[in-house]
Every structure is written in C-alpha cells, then in structure tokens.
Design a protein around this ligand. Structure first.
Ligand code: PGA
Length: 225
C-alpha cells in the first residue's frame, strides 16, 4: 500500500490558545498510522508550541513551515531562514499561489527558496497551479526529497475542486517531467471528497487549507484518505 502524505496548511490563522486547543482536540483520536504521514504547516510563530505539544504527546505528526527565506542568516529583516526553520520543521511549503499572487513571487525566487530548503535538509512541498510552472523549476538540485502539490487556482478556497481524473493526470505529468517526486493534490479537499483523490494511482496525498483548521474535519480527512 502506498504511503499517503496529508498536509494541513493553516495559512495566516490561529493564535497560541487556538493552536493548543486544536492540538488537544486532535489528540483525542487515534492517529497512529503506518502508511500516513501527517504534516501540519502553521504560522512560524506557532512552530515552537506545536513542536513541544508533539514531543509531550509522543505524536508522530510532522511540522512544516509555510515559507522560507531565499537567503542565509543575516541582514534580511522579517525573513525566517532555513537554518532557523530546521530547528522546528521537516517540511516547507514553497511557491504557494497566494505567495505568487500577493507577494509577487516568481520563478527566480521560488528556485532560490527551493535551493535553501534542500540545503537545510527540509523537504520542499512545491506548489504549482498548472504544468507550465514545472518548466521553470531548476532541475539541477532535484533528487528524491521533493513533493510537488498541484493546486489549480480555481479550486483554492472555492469549494469547487478539480476532478480526481484530471488531478491524477496532472500528477502523472509531474512525475514524468520531474522524475522521482511525490505528487499531491490541493484545492477544496474535504472529508467527503478526499478519498476520490487519494485512491488515484498517481496521487500520493493531499494539501488541505481551510478544512485543516477544524480538528474534527482534519481527523475525518485523515481517516477517509
Ligand atoms: P483549500 O486551500 O483547501 O482551502 O482550498 C488549499 C491550499 O491553498 O493549500
């Protein structure tokens, strides 16, 4: 049975008390799976508290950051660099469409961030909204540890996901173009539709935004995946 990657992207949501309450409600459930990697990507400020909660509960949940500085440490006000992220997280989301559209991130920036992720031993979860964005990825450093998430713009936060058939065919193209990478689908994934994506042969998991904020729904997504 293939291993599934279930990634929750909290975006710019949750205070510390909300994070603690979310985690405690999640822990009521039995989440010990051998074939499911559960990854939570909160705001940077919530990484330390989540790391402590995970250690205290001996949970197997993994952490990811939502972004990474394109630079090393140094005079880059406001940036959080790879070395700092690696103290808390194993994964990092790079090139999310919200960063491309609201913060003007383009291919050069995305490639620098990828390079930093690889350099500091983080597994990048690279988001692309269509297959043309695959052409702009710097192929050089790509080895085994890359996850690519196909997230079509029309599906993000709209309640209208892509069809599982199309998502599967894009996942196939991602693997054909980039080689040995994992391919996820993201965009309006819910507890009721998650299995239609994860049951497809080329899809290795899902990236969930809005529905990951509610612990009950996120648990149901994990179980139904
Ligand atoms: P959504 O967002 O699940 O709320 O559609 C997905 C994402 O942007 O990663």
């Amino acid at each position: 049975m293939k291993k599934l990657y279930i990634v929750g992207n909290w975006k710019s949501n949750k205070t510390e008390s909300e994070t603690i309450s979310w985690f405690q409600r999640l822990m009521i459930n039995d989440l010990r799976f051998t074939n499911k990697e559960i990854i939570v990507c909160p705001s940077f400020t919530m990484l330390p508290i989540l790391k402590s909660l995970i250690i205290n509960h001996k949970s197997s949940i993994k952490l990811g950051a939502q972004d990474i500085s394109p630079f090393e440490d140094g005079p880059y006000t406001g940036e959080v660099n790879g070395k700092q992220i690696k103290e808390f997280a194993d994964y990092v989301i790079i090139g999310h469409s919200e960063r491309r559209s609201h913060f003007g991130e383009e291919e050069g920036m995305v490639n620098k961030k990828l390079e930093m992720g690889f350099k500091y031993g983080l597994i990048p979860i690279l988001c692309v909204s269509d297959t043309t964005q695959l052409q702009t990825i710097n192929h050089e450093p790509i080895t085994n540890n890359l996850i690519v998430a196909y997230e079509p713009l029309f599906a993000i936060g709209t309640g209208s996901p892509d069809t599982p058939e199309n998502a599967d065919s894009i996942a196939f193209t991602i693997k054909k173009e980039l080689g040995n990478v994992l391919a996820l689908y993201g965009g309006s994934v819910k507890e009721t539709n998650v299995n239609s994506f994860t049951s497809k042969s080329n899809i290795d998991g899902i990236l969930v935004g809005g529905a990951s904020l509610d612990p009950k729904e996120f648990v149901n997504i994990i179980h139904n995946a």
